[in-house]
Design a protein around this ligand. Structure first.
Ligand code: FAD
Length: 410
């Protein structure tokens, strides 16, 4: 028998927790049901590659809201419950293993899942992916008994995990197909700085190579690369990116194109069906294009906005996108859209822990990378990006003594 609810949410991540709170605060009524494949109520993922992984935080520290919050807000939580498919006409979802849940309104917040590596030995004990609290717990336990770790991938997950494992005292090698760390940010200065930092911290970097196989009888003992390098390793973590979790939505009639395509009010085009967070490709009015953003700040923001909208209040996407990463105690923040840029100018130095990278496109500010800046400067930079400030002279941007409002024209 199908159990019904007024608002059904598929996915139990950050976006969902924020949406529930905002929905109730905005006066949203009726039953809310949360279906999540995970074993825990919504938690923050950033600590899973940082403080939690290093044993500096525990499960309770990662929860977005305490467990009691859900009962207090009249939310039926069903954990370890996987949705197999969506039946839009029947206004219901079908569960793996049988059963269905009906809805009046549906919020799709199924996030993203890590991309796998199709190489021999991937299933060996000791080879890990990292997305869930369970994954992070398994890695932190494995790290206790390991001396050598290989991390695959140089995006923010690979970089953070490599840094954390090094901080735990392991010998760490990072293998990446491309040319450097954080290549997505396309800033030569940053890549050089990070390469030096990781080398100084004792992480071995292997670029332009990829894993060909994981070796070992039942448990991992070595990793072999395509160029023939063999590394001793009792622990490996694969961090080569994620894909939107849309498998359960295939063939349902929703518009899927690298995520669920929605407008700036997170509407799918099917009445009373919204999508947000890592799973959604939404319209960003500031950059005038659809974007899918796989970052904490986005899920944090859009969750609140969609909660208000579902409750019938005003809301929608109207912010400058942002994300952060932290390695070896250093925090990087990125505002705006780095993909847009055709020039990058830096002021300050990353070595001194105080710098701004300005990403410029068609003579206008599109994004910034910031390290060690105060809140006021960060807020001003976001305003300047929002205004698509003009950059009359790229070189003057690099001059630390030139006030922002003199080198950027709004
Ligand atoms: P998710 O958090 O992915 O939640 C999706 C939920 O949907 C999960 O509960 C999942 O179990 C459930 N689900 C999926 N499919 C189904 C299904 N078929 N049936 C039922 N349930 C389903 N971002 C930053 O900006 N900075 C950082 O430093 C940072 N660090 C990170 C570190 C790690 C280790 C990870 C994994 C991510 C990190 N992120 C970071 C990214 C950030 O955590 C995500 O952008 C954010 O969690 C997205 O939230 P979400 O609610 O959209 O989706």
């Amino acid at each position: 028998m199908a159990e019904g609810s007024e608002l059904l949410i598929v996915g139990g991540g950050l976006a969902t927790a924020r949406a529930i709170k905002a929905y109730r605060e905005a006066g949203g009524e009726g039953t809310v049901r949360l279906l999540s494949a995970d074993a825990f109520v919504p938690y923050h993922r950033p600590p899973l590659s940082k403080r939690y992984l290093r044993g500096e935080a525990e499960v309770a520290d990662t929860l977005v809201e305490p467990e009691a919050f859900y009962a207090e807000h009249d939310v039926e939580v069903e954990l370890e419950t996987v949705v197999a498919t969506l039946d839009l006409e029947g206004r219901r979802v079908l569960l793996e293993g049988g059963g269905a849940r009906t809805f009046d309104k549906l919020l799709i917040a199924s996030g993203a899942t890590p991309r796998g590596l199709d190489v021999p030995g991937i299933d060996l004990e000791g080879v890990h992916m990292l997305r869930t609290l369970g994954n992070s717990t398994a890695i932190r336990e494995a790290a206790r008994g390991a001396r050598h770790a290989v991390v695959i991938g140089a995006g923010f997950i690979g970089m953070e995990v490599a840094a954390s494992l090094k901080q735990l005292g392991l010998e760490v090698t990072l293998v990446h197909r491309g040319k450097g760390l954080f290549e997505l940010l396309r800033a030569r200065q940053l890549m050089q700085f990070l390469a030096d930092l990781y080398a100084r911290e004792g992480v071995e970097l292997v670029f332009g190579d990829e894993v060909q196989s994981f070796g070992g009888r039942s448990a991992l003992d070595s990793v072999e690369t395509a160029r023939g390098r063999v590394m001793q390793a009792e622990l490996a973590v694969v961090g080569i990116g994620v894909a939107p979790a849309t498998g359960w939505l295939e063939g349902t009639g929703l518009h899927l194109d690298d995520g669920v395509v929605v407008n700036d009010r997170f509407e799918t085009g099917v009445e009373n069906v919204w999508a947000v967070g890592d799973v959604a490709r939404f319209y960003d009015p500031i950059f005038g294009k659809h974007r899918r953003i796989e970052h904490w700040s986005n899920a944090n923001y859009v969750g609140v906005e969609v909660g208000k909208l579902i409750a019938g209040r005003e809301g929608g996407y109207d912010t400058v996108s942002a994300f952060f990463s932290e390695v070896f105690g250093m925090t990087f923040r990125v505002f705006g859209d780095v993909d847009e840029a055709d020039d990058i100018a830096f002021r300050g130095t990353l070595e001194a822990g105080k710098a701004i990278g300005f990403y410029v496109r068609d003579g206008r500010l599109a994004a910034t990378l910031v390290v060690g800046q105060d809140d006021e400067t960060q807020d001003r930079l976001k305003e300047l990006i929002r205004a698509r400030a003009r950059v009359p002279d790229l070189e003057r941007l690099a001059d630390e003594n030139a006030p922002l409002d003199e080198v950027l024209e709004t």
